[in-house]
Design a protein around this ligand. Structure first.
Ligand SMILES: [Fe+2]
Length: 206
């Protein structure tokens, strides 16, 4: 059985950048639906899931039986993408506004500056047509990249490892921001947990 992550903050802790009701609904309703649907789809496929995280499965999507592939992409992506997104947010008061150390070095190496990376990821997220995600990822050659994915497609299925995720489905921002996706994306930068992302980056380099 796959599960949603435990949040390390309270629903209201991301205010005023993301409101309590949005976090609660997003986590308890949207993410929970993805979890329930994924578990239903995989119920009779234990031989394919045994001992595997949903990230393992999404990274090897060609080996999932054809009849459930799209369901796993949609629902499994929904679980993995959201677990990742909620894991890299935190209250603004908690931390620094940019990364340090090795991660900052590679951001500068691959984008020229932290601000340039931010602008590229913001633009990719804002311009994603319809529902989807903006990502900072580590590619198969160890380079950082900005990509966007449609719907719940996971970067793992493109052989890219996520470092930062921006959910641009309307359910992520509509209650507070209505149609102003750009305002939501701008504010999201204030509640990014850079210490966590540094840890994730280190874990990919082990
Ligand atoms: Fe979402």
């Amino acid at each position: 059985m796959y599960e949603k992550i435990k949040l390390t903050y309270k629903y209201h802790d991301l205010e005023p950048y993301i409101d309590k009701l949005t976090v609660k609904t997003h986590y308890e309703k949207h993410l929970q639906s993805y979890v329930n649907n994924l578990n239903t789809i995989l119920k009779d496929y234990e031989e394919f899931t045994k001992g595997k995280t949903i990230e393992d499965i999404l990274g090897d999507i060609d080996n999932i039986p054809k009849e459930i592939t799209q369901g796993v992409i949609n629902q499994g992506g929904g679980v993995s993408n959201h677990n990742f997104y909620f894991s890299i947010l935190h209250p603004k008061s908690k931390g620094k506004q940019k990364p340090e150390g090795k991660l900052m070095e590679v951001i500068i190496r691959d984008f020229g500056s932290f601000e340039k990376m931010k602008t590229q990821l913001s633009n990719a997220s804002i311009s994603q047509f319809g529902s989807g995600w903006g990502w900072l990822v580590l590619d198969e050659n160890g380079k950082l990249q900005i990509i966007k994915t449609m719907n719940q497609d996971s970067p793992l299925s493109l052989n890219k490892k996520p470092l930062l995720a921006i959910d641009v489905w309307e359910h992520a921002y509509y209650l507070k921001y209505k149609n102003l996706r750009n305002e939501y994306v701008k504010n999201l930068w204030k509640i990014i947990n850079w210490s966590k992302i540094e840890e994730i980056y280190e874990s990919y380099n082990k």
